[in-house]
Design a protein. Structure first.
Length: 178
């Protein structure tokens, strides 16, 4: 249903980005981000599960969650939504500046664009420096995590979309009567 993700870790920019095309309407893909229940079904790398402690999907809203790794380690996270423009853009800051949160600070912009019947996601994570990007890549596997995250989103969208069909019926009655 979806094309494979393309991940980029440029040598000269403190970012990691990914792009993927989904065979689904943009509103459906956007809605995968809009509730804690939906996010729990797909967000994170393969083998991870998610427990949400707080979720407000609005500018200034906070999403606090724990990613449970397949090795038994828990990763505390805090995201502060900066901008939400339905159905085309979500931006947030991963605020790793608190004692009980993983020490990762990054700005993330997720842009969704309609390409015919498909939706393209461009997901860009920007770090304060190349050294910090490299540390997060080394310690957390951020690039492969983004690729797997986009894969899990693709699986979720495919499950959610289901088959699309049109039904037509003719009635032997006037419009007024119907």
């Amino acid at each position: 249903m979806s094309d494979e993700a393309r991940i980029s870790v440029p040598a000269d920019a403190p970012e990691i980005s990914g792009a993927r095309l989904f065979a689904a309407p943009r509103a459906l893909v956007f809605d995968a981000f809009s509730s804690a229940d939906r996010l729990a079904r797909w967000f994170g790398p393969k083998g991870f599960s998610l427990t949400t402690r707080a979720f407000e999907f609005a500018p200034g809203g906070v999403w606090r969650f724990v990613m449970h790794g397949p090795d038994g380690r828990d990763y505390e996270n805090k995201i502060v939504f900066q901008e939400i423009v339905r159905p085309q853009r979500i931006s947030y800051v991963h605020a790793g500046d608190e004692v009980d949160v993983e020490p990762v600070w990054m700005e993330t912009i997720i842009a969704l664009s309609q390409e015919g019947e498909k939706t393209r996601i461009d997901w860009r994570m920007r770090f304060p420096s190349l050294a910090e990007r490299d540390r997060v890549e080394r310690d957390y596997g951020a690039a492969i995590g983004l690729e797997e995250n986009l894969g899990r989103l693709g699986d979720f969208v495919e499950e959610t979309a289901g088959p699309v069909f049109d039904a037509t019926r003719r009635f032997a009655a006037s419009r007024d009567l119907l």
